[in-house]
Ligand binder design. Structure first.
Ligand SMILES: [Ca+2]
Ligand SMILES: [Ca+2]
Length: 319
């Protein structure tokens, strides 16, 4: 290849790659969790047992339904229930809850469990008391669950073998989103002889003081990075946590740009465009120099990516 041709190729590569990103990075997925559904604050009336006894399989859970009405669905990062304690929580503290997301719950019917687990919880007083008993918010966080449009049931039940907790019913004060078509259900899991027996009673007409945290997926966001298809220059982004080239993990954060492209996408564009391994290394080098110049990555991180790009097995990507 002549020097002129090589320079022209580099210019074309750099121009096409540079066009794929704007220089201000945005956070991964570009989304901030908020309250998607909340049955509402507790009223001064009834409440329902909501804690496990003996084990995660034995006890009570309150199940209530909510509606995902958005066409593109929800991404759920957390679930919570508000619980009134019979005694001060310091007397019988707990650190975990059993939770579930289900469909098809009905009278005598525990439904189909879509997602469930036993998770650590954050327990904080809501500031409300009922007959001298303190109410606590019990939050499961760190979830990553996608739900399409539909009706779902949720539960979050403290794992506490002595203390009794009640989910209070709500009068709808401060409610968020659409309550489901039915009221709440009470699931009792009891030992009859040596058999664990599940019974689901309800629906009661009440709505439970529970909620769902996350964000609404944007319509027409094929790769769910928070950048709509219409302006997403990389519609099937590699959203890996760190930049990995073949099997070489650089450890560098895979930043998402407002263009909808990640660093990994741009590296992949280099691989697509380059004719030889040398072209690929040059393209990745130019790209990372630019990223360092604008402060997206440090000099050490640039070195880590370039080192991965230079590895011989990278040439397997070339056509
Ligand atoms: Ca997108
Ligand atoms: Ca994208």
């Amino acid at each position: 290849m002549s020097g002129f041709l090589r320079m022209s190729l580099r210019l074309v590569l750099r121009t096409s790659i540079a066009a794929l990103y704007l220089l201000t990075p945005i956070s991964a997925r570009g989304q901030v969790p908020s309250l998607l559904w909340y049955g509402g604050d507790a009223a001064q009336v009834g409440s329902f047992f909501n804690n496990t006894r003996v084990s995660a399989d034995f006890g009570f859970s309150v199940l209530d339904d909510f509606v995902v009405s958005n066409v593109a669905g929800w991404h759920i990062t957390g679930l919570f229930s508000n619980n009134v304690a019979t005694y001060p929580i310091e007397t019988y503290p707990f650190t975990q809850a059993v939770w579930s997301i289900r469909t098809g719950v009905g009278p005598g019917e525990p439904g189909d469990t879509l997602f469930a687990g036993v998770s650590p919880v954050i327990v904080t007083p809501t500031g409300r008391t009922f007959g001298g008993n303190v109410e606590y918010s019990v939050v499961v966080s760190g979830l990553s669950i996608d739900l399409g449009p539909g009706v779902y049931f949720m539960s979050v039940s403290p794992i506490q073998v002595v203390q009794v907790y009640h989910v209070p019913q709500s009068d709808g004060t401060n409610a968020v989103g659409s309550p489901g078509p039915s009221g709440l259900f009470q699931e009792d899991r009891v030992l009859v002889g040596s058999n664990l027996q599940y019974t689901v009673s309800g629906p009661a007409s009440e709505i439970a003081s529970m909620g769902v945290i996350g964000w609404v997926h944007q319509i027409n966001d094929s790769d769910r990075d928070g950048v709509p298809d219409g302006v997403d220059r990389c519609r099937s982004s590699d959203l890996s946590t760190s930049v990995t080239i073949n099997s070489c993990n650089s450890g560098v954060n895979n930043t998402l740009f407002p263009s909808g492209c990640t660093i990994a996408d741009l590296i992949a564009s280099c691989a697509e465009s380059a004719g030889t391994h040398g072209d690929f290394v040059t393209c990745a080098s130019d790209l990372t120099n630019d990223l360092q110049r604008v402060g997206t990555i440090s000099g050490r991180q640039k070195g880590a990516i370039q080192s991965c790009a230079a590895q011989p097995d990278t040439s397997k990507r070339q056509r």
